[in-house]
Design a protein around this ligand. Structure first.
Ligand SMILES: [Zn+2]
Length: 272
């Protein structure tokens, strides 16, 4: 049933599916899917999960004038989803598309269930030093690249604790990270991070040490290239003011979108 509905929706025959009483599984609360018009078969689209951090009872970090991280990252993720959908190259899923709490491991499990080709987590940070500002990009490593990176991961991994979720390790997610598959995935994650740093740097301020690594729970899918972007520092007065503007978030989303496109150009060229 779901498969038939999915095919009809993918072929642009949503009215046929609706008349037949079929519901599209990807129209569930967390998913937004690019729709393609009927026509000749297109190459298989890449599947991307865009992960807006926090949500619901977990506001994430809070700026000096009360800006919630969960709000600015959701809007940025939605803008990014729209920009990527417009290219018609991808199947896009959002781990949340409203102000809803989703446990960290659940985000990874869902991305794996969708056999995602890429997982991009969008966050904003709050640093103890309020004069510091700029975007930064993280990939996974068991051992953090530096003390500050470890602190960022610790802040982001606290989400489930804030929401009172019992931490029950998922054996698939917590399998040994540094096997061959993990290493290959990590190489791809680093390539993605390099694109993100380069493109963000053309449009917004960056933290000096822009690409770092640490043990983020949401980056632990062993088979999905993944990165986490801190789009700015809500602890900095000026950057909080920027992040409150839809136009600024649009610039950020556009930089993220370009990075993803360039990354998949490279993947396509490599024949993957
Ligand atoms: Zn966050």
């Amino acid at each position: 049933m779901d498969r038939i509905a999915r095919r009809l929706f993918l072929q642009g025959l949503s009215s046929v599916a609706a008349a037949a009483g079929l519901s599209a599984p990807f129209q569930s609360a967390w998913a937004v899917e690019a729709r393609r018009p009927a026509g000749p078969a297109l190459p298989k689209p890449y599947t991307i999960v865009i992960d807006a951090g926090h949500g619901g009872v977990d506001p994430g970090c809070i700026g000096r004038v009360g800006t919630y991280e969960k709000d600015v990252v959701l809007d940025t993720a939605l803008q990014l989803a729209r920009q990527l959908e417009a290219t018609k190259r991808y199947r896009i899923y959002l781990s949340r598309n409203s102000d809803k709490f989703v446990p960290l491991q659940e985000r990874v499990i869902r991305a794996r269930a969708r056999t995602a080709d890429l997982f991009l987590s969008v966050h904003a940070d709050a640093l103890p030093e309020r004069t510091v500002r700029g975007a930064s990009v993280f990939t996974l490593s068991e051992k953090a690249s530096d003390r500050e990176a470890a602190a960022v991961a610790e802040r982001e991994n606290r989400s489930d604790i804030v929401a009172g979720v019992n931490y029950t390790p998922d054996p698939q997610v917590n399998e040994i990270l540094f096997d061959l598959a993990r290493r290959e995935t990590n190489n791809q994650s680093i390539q993605l991070a390099q694109q993100l740093v380069g493109e963000l740097g053309r449009h917004v301020r960056l933290l000096p040490n822009t690409h770092r690594s640490a043990a983020f729970v949401v980056l632990k899918a062993p088979d999905i290239p993944s990165a986490l972007v801190e789009i700015g520092c809500l602890s900095n007065h000026d950057e909080e003011a920027e992040l409150r503007k839809g136009s600024y978030r649009s610039v950020v989303a556009s930089a993220l979108s370009k990075s993803v496109n360039t990354y998949f150009d490279m993947v396509a060229r490599s024949g993957a």
